[in-house]
Design a protein. Structure first.
Length: 133
């Protein structure tokens, strides 16, 4: 773990710098480029803050849908295995495993997974109650 400035503080500072530059941009194209950079940094900050909880929640839901599996210890291994498990879920959907009684459980999982992704990528697109919980 690094001392100060933290990663979040660095990302905030960089995003602020790019937003400031956007306000004084020479033209619309340059303003757009600075805003894209600032927004990208904001996404990276939210991902650093929210991704771990989202991964754990998605893993638990996939355990319910596909059967339990131990969570890998390392973050990058969790992300890689989560991708594989999602591919397995797609195969199960194609095979009709969630037709009928299990369809509601699948829909709930998909809704919550997408909500968590939007919370990171574009939280302003969610209603206030969706952003907090």
């Amino acid at each position: 773990m690094q001392d100060r400035p933290t990663a979040a503080e660095l990302l905030d500072a960089l995003a602020g710098f790019f937003r400031e530059r956007a306000q004084h941009a020479r033209d619309r194209w340059e303003r757009f480029q600075f805003l894209v950079a600032a927004n990208s940094l904001a996404i990276l900050k939210r991902e650093a803050e929210l991704e771990e909880d989202a991964i754990l929640a998605e893993w638990e839901r996939l355990d319910s849908l596909l059967g339990p599996e131990p969570l890998p210890l390392r973050h990058r291994d969790r992300v890689a295995r989560l991708r594989e498990r999602n591919a397995e879920l797609c195969e199960a959907i194609r095979a009709g495993s969630f037709d009928g009684e299990r369809e509601g459980e699948l829909k709930r999982h998909l809704y919550l997974t997408v909500r968590d992704k939007v919370r990171i990528a574009s939280p302003d697109e969610l209603g206030e109650e969706e952003t907090s919980g």
